[in-house]
Design a protein around this ligand. Sequence first.
Ligand code: OSB
Ligand code: MG
Length: 368
Amino acid sequence: MKIRGVELRRVAMPLVAPFRTSFGTETTRDVLLVRADTGDAEGWGECVAMAEPLYSPEYTDAAADVLRRFLVPRLAAAPHLDAYQVAGVLAPIKGHRMAKAALETAVLDAELRAAGRSFAREFGAVRDRVPCGVSVGIMDSIPQLLDAVAGYLAEGYVRIKLKIEPGWDVEPVRAVRERFGDDVLLQVDANTAYTLADARHLARLDPFDLLLIEQPLDEEDVLGHATLAKQISTPVCLDESITSARTAAAALTLGACSVVNIKPGRVGGYLEARRIHDLCAAHGVPVWCGGMLETGLGRAANVALAALPGFTLPGDTSASGRYFATDLTEPFVLEDGALAVPPGPGLGVSPLPAVLDDVTVATEWISA
Ligand code: OSB
Ligand code: MG
């Protein structure tokens, strides 16, 4: 197929509650949507870059810029194209994986919608529902945290992830264990807030039987994670450090992690995400699907990916209501702790026109 043009659409999605991590506080999700028009179909991709480069070097304005100036023109110049060729065509442009992922996803969605095939079928999904966890931000107080966790457990979430940082780690974990017991699947995410010098402190989490600790050290400190993994009993999971199947292979070989958080946006798209899944599955390494506070569009694809056989841990694929009062698509609703994998063509969901209009801040058409 041939790309006729691409629309870049900026939307502002207010969050139901501020989301605080070790790198900052989010109150509104500033999302860039990519819509690819191929003549016989249109497809959507959600760019997971955030408004500021605090989680990753990418940020929303930069993603729009690189798409407009470099990525879309390269794709438009390709005479015939299918989604599996997009990454190769865009490879000469370094980095910008979140922007590339959004464009590849839009092309893949258009292609699959035209073919009447779902993302789940395309990826090799083996489940039609995926168990869901929830990522719980840093709070002002322990009682406030316990209320939030109680609410999520009452909704049915099957796994709790606590965001941690120095000064908010052992005590919140202890409080959650004391209040909710040892059976709750519990893990923590530091978003790079520690250094190897904190190894003895992080070992104080060992008695709490956590599923994993996610990205305690700097994203480039893969070797440090390998050292840390020998000094603590909590399994180390990498998020920020895993940017491709190649970096995943290196991290596994080094012993830097024994679990991997797969975020399609961070690794350049769903096709590379599947390769990481395959690599980890071949090595017996469990994976789970991360999240970037996506709207229903990104969530639909994440849920399809999370239905692959190697996703043996619940992911950060929470219901729409955990993020937004009104989602861009028909809302994803938790049923018995799980979300249904959309069975329809492509993403299986589409933006609701009235909602989309309402939250749109700017649109731009790039003609091929
Ligand atoms: O580190 O996993 C992370 C959100 C934004 C950026 C980074 C992260 C997160 C989350 C929330 O933890 C995941 C979600 O519920 O979408
Ligand atoms: Mg993380």
